[in-house]
Design a protein around this ligand. Sequence first.
Ligand code: ZN
Length: 428
Amino acid sequence: MKHIHLLFFLQLSFFSLSAQQEYTKYFTDDKLRYDYTITGDHQVTRIQDMNFYREHNWSGSKLNLIDTFQYGELLLEVFDSSTSKLIYSKGYSSLYKEWQTTDEAILSERTFSESVIAPFPKHSIRIKLSERGFDMRFKEIHTTYINPTSREIEEIEPFEFVRSHHILVNGPVSSKVDIVFVSEGYTSSEEEFFFDDVKKFSDILFNWDPYHNYRNAFNIYGVFVASEDKGADIPQDSLWLNTALNAGFNTFGSDRYLTTNDICRVRDVVAGIPYDQICILVNSDKYGGGGIYNFYTIFSTGNALSEFLFHHEFGHGFASLADEYFSSIVPYNNMVNLNCEPYQPNITILINFDRKWKSMIADTVPIPTPYSQAYTDVIGLFEGAAYTSKGVYRPCYDCSMKSKINNAFCPVCKIAIEQMILFYYTSE
Ligand SMILES: [Zn+2]
């Protein structure tokens, strides 16, 4: 038995070594930031390049360079120009892709700014951006070439108006999940208060499963940027504030939907900080938040339900979990195509259920599972999820992706989060 373990260990080490060599063959330890505009309506999307930047501190895994999850509405792929070999990829979603499903997108066009990061290349690369069609397949929408020696690539350092602190340091950035917490709507006299909030929400993160068992897998940073005003815009009350990241409630007409459409400004503020995930803390007691996969997580910190808000939104932002509720009014149309299996790990329309949580359901649990008190503690197949009452199913009676009265994730969401942690995390 020991020999088998040793062999396994040697194979694993060989894999790590060759993966690491692959990284150093193609990339430096810096970050490439690529900003672009994305324009379109409910059917058509087009992209135009804006700016390229070089920053310090690439913090993603150096072993897992290719995205094996294929979650999200958009896909970034980086190819080595001379060999056409795929050397990096990352799925993500964006505010534009959500806007595309609103009524406004049927009537008009709109432009958003977006920004993606990748390890900084040593040689010329081709970047391909794809969007997910209604049939769930990715289709190419844009290609651009980057020569790393080009003078058009601007080098940026952390800005002087920003103050950053390490909150939790567990090891090298390339083997941990690095989270940066950024301030929004905290005034210059509230810096200490902000860093107290960062510590508070770091503790809250590890209070919940599965994060509880993975404290060693994370590094956490706090970045403070002062705002003139406290809080965030509330358009329905005609409240327009001067804040660092231009965040506001009432996104797409939804009172509680708190976002910023200024992702480039957010990236500026965290320039040079190692991060895999951005969490924006909004200094407001008004209930609201948003989580966009591999884009950012944002939530108000002063509400009685802020603990729930953080975990729920980070579930979207970090692990691509879908909303499991279906009775609230949302501004989106046709979020789930009832003919194609959704990519999110915690919902199904039963087309590809074998690849989801089917094997976790005990033989004694009826399928579909009745929504009754008898089944509150089992994994099953409960109808209603992702804003759709019929034809879309969730794993459990309740979960923090379904309701705010339940401060815990269901077992299926826990596994999805755990898998994402393990994508970034390598234990020493
Ligand atoms: Zn769940």
